[in-house]
Write a protein that binds this ligand. Structure first.
Ligand SMILES: NC(=O)c1ccc[n+]([C@@H]2O[C@H](COP(=O)([O-])OP(=O)(O)OC[C@H]3O[C@@H](n4cnc5c(N)ncnc54)[C@H](OP(=O)(O)O)[C@@H]3O)[C@@H](O)[C@H]2O)c1
Length: 267
């Protein structure tokens, strides 16, 4: 099967825009390497929030491996240390998330933004969780928009729903909606299931869930979990394909489809 035909065969990500390209659209008949090359030629800049986290660190690694952006900036509460040569041109902006307005300049001049920020109720308490997963995310998005960001990517969660009685899902749904009100030229929301990764930090309940899904046949685990690297590739494969949709909502199935397209098409 040709590369082009493989890409065409990928399921459409679910989306909530009026119109715009999808994998079935003729404009998507291009191969992924071609789309990546076109994207590179545009010399875009990117910022990443949550780059020290499980998803964020894989995202940064993949961004550098694919050389998609001409400038990469990590925005976080602490400076990160990298040994590898590939990271030598990565910029870092250390900010105080409680006083983000004082750090507006950190958010200026980025074409694309990825937000992988988040904490847990167990770690930060209910108030702390809301502060990070809603307030920090929203304020960052506001500053990014004011700073000229055109495409904002939010890592949310499966089941996000502002009317949910579960705080986690409620806050995820709330922040999704509030960021949408900012009207980025393009806004992509990713709603993965349980993230499969080898987490350094001890989270026993999450570890058990990951073990459980890891032991299931892939077809059973697929609706509810997804490897972090698949999420990251879905985010990047989505970013490189042109879209005139203002808002895209990618569920776990769509994330798999997009994330795996990378493997299939890798030269
Ligand atoms: N875990 C799952 O199975 C799952 C499933 C679906 C969706 N999600 C969502 O996906 C996103 C990323 O998850 P992840 O597991 O990759 O995240 P993670 O490993 O917990 O990393 C979270 C990131 O947020 C930063 N952060 C946390 N608290 C902060 C604070 N008070 N101030 C500033 N920065 C703070 C961390 O920075 P430091 O390193 O400085 O702490 C880190 O960079 C989250 O929004 C999460 O809710 C997770």
């Amino acid at each position: 099967m040709s590369r082009t035909r493989r890409l065409r065969g990928v399921n459409n990500p679910c989306s909530r825009g009026e119109d715009g390209p999808s994998f079935n659209n003729p404009s998507m008949a291009e191969t992924l390497p071609n789309l990546q090359e076109d994207f590179r030629m545009q010399n875009k800049s990117v910022f990443i929030l949550g780059a020290s986290g499980e998803t964020g660190k894989v995202l940064v690694k993949e961004i550098l491996e694919q050389s998609l952006f001409s400038k990469v900036t990590l925005i976080g509460r602490r400076k990160l240390t990298f040994e590898e040569e590939a990271y030598k041109n990565v910029n870092q902006e250390v900010v105080d998330f409680e006083k983000l307005d004082d750090y507006a300049s950190a958010f200026q001049g980025h074409d694309v933004g990825f937000c992988c920020l988040g904490t847990t109720k167990k770690k930060a308490g209910a108030e702390g969780f809301v502060r990070v997963d809603r307030d920090y995310v929203l304020k960052s998005a506001e500053l990014a928009k004011a700073g000229g960001c055109k495409h904002f990517n939010l890592l949310s969660s499966q089941g996000a729903d502002r009317s949910s009685s579960f705080l986690y899902l409620q806050i995820k749904g709330e922040v999704e909606a509030k960021v949408e009100e900012l009207e980025f030229d393009r806004y992509s929301i990713f709603r993965p299931g349980v993230l499969l990764c080898d987490r350094q930090e001890s989270r026993p309940s999450e570890w058990l869930i990951r073990k459980f899904f890891g032991s299931l046949p892939e077809s059973w685990a697929r609706p509810y979990s997804v490897p972090v690297v698949t999420v990251v590739r879905a985010m990047l494969n989505n970013a490189v394909r042109p879209s005139d949709k203002k808002m895209e909502l990618l569920d776990n199935k769509a994330i798999y489809a997009l994330g795996k397209a990378h493997d299939t098409l890798k030269p």
